[in-house]
Write a protein that binds this ligand. Structure first.
Ligand code: G3P
Ligand code: CA
Length: 269
């Protein structure tokens, strides 16, 4: 946990590459994390969901339509929900051409493939359990995969992992099942609710348009389940002016599609 604890300690927010460096490569793919790494970033954000046959895959939308060629490959399967396709079917899809012909043939990664690339590259992962209401038990399943890959019991890996969700129930479940894991709630609970959240989450990660200095200070007054001050990572900040604004609020992290832009802005601030 030392690396997570160190986040923001120098006073400058940690920069997290949202869905990889997704302004520059197709989101939630291996090339997107490689691109972020090539730009010099080590924290990646991604989204995990589940296929019809129970495999965990990395994808943002609950439908495959926007970020793959599923409509062309399976024209009669509208509305092309992830949960209605098998992993083998999804493995046939092109998840890169919609972004640029340069990425033709890029695949939707399984979470397992994604974690192996992250570990190989010595990166760190802010993993979002997406749409957990569609996938009962996805928290336990995700943690099982992480455990099998060694992420839950090797301190050098545990410190490189944060699990987050827009669902407070999901975050609470992750904390209950794997208390060593650093957790984050995506959203902006009212200040009167923060003491309750501090029972199961280490971080409050709100949209930047919903916060100001007072809110960040209010969150920082609470101590999370691991005895550390609650942190705030805000999203999705893609331009220099907003990056400087949220840094002024005192946030601990900035989640961005354009990590290089945010880094330059924060260096100049
Ligand atoms: O990590 C924050 C951000 O990813 C939450 O929104 O819709 O991009 O998953 P979304
Ligand atoms: Ca996300």
């Amino acid at each position: 946990p030392s690396e997570v604890r160190a986040a923001g300690a120098a006073g400058r927010p940690v920069v997290v590459a949202h869905r990889g460096a997704c302004a520059y490569a197709p989101e939630n793919t291996l090339p997107a994390i490689d691109k972020a790494a090539a730009l010099g970033f080590s924290w990646m954000e991604n989204d995990v969901q589940r296929t019809k046959d129970g495999r965990l895959v990395v994808l943002h939308d609950d439908s495959l339509r926007r970020t793959t060629d599923v409509e062309r490959v399976f024209p009669n399967r509208s509305p092309w929900k992830v949960k209605d396709f098998t992993a083998a079917e999804i493995a046939r899809l092109d998840a890169g051409s919609w972004f640029s012909p340069a990425y033709a043939g890029t695949r939707v990664p399984t979470l397992d493939q994604y974690m192996r690339r992250i570990e190989h590259n010595h990166e760190k992962l802010l993993l979002e359990i997406k749409n957990p209401e569609l996938y009962p038990g996805i928290e336990r399943q995700t943690l099982k995969l992480l455990r099998n890959d060694g992420w839950l019991d090797r301190p050098h890996l545990t410190g490189r992992l944060i699990v987050q969700s827009f669902s407070a129930d999901s975050v609470r479940t992750v904390h209950r099942l794997a208390p060593a894991v650093t957790t984050a709630f995506l959203g902006r609970p009212g200040t009167a609710e923060l003491s309750r959240y501090a029972g199961f989450t280490d971080m409050i990660n709100p949209s930047y348009g919903t916060i100001g200095s007072a809110y960040v200070s209010a969150v920082h007054r609470f101590t999370g389940p691991h005895g550390r001050r609650l942190k705030v990572y805000t999203w999705t900040v893609d331009d220099a002016a907003h990056a400087r604004t949220v840094a002024g609020y005192g946030v601990d992290g900035v989640i961005t599609d354009r990590p290089d832009v945010v880094r330059s802005a924060l260096k100049a601030a």
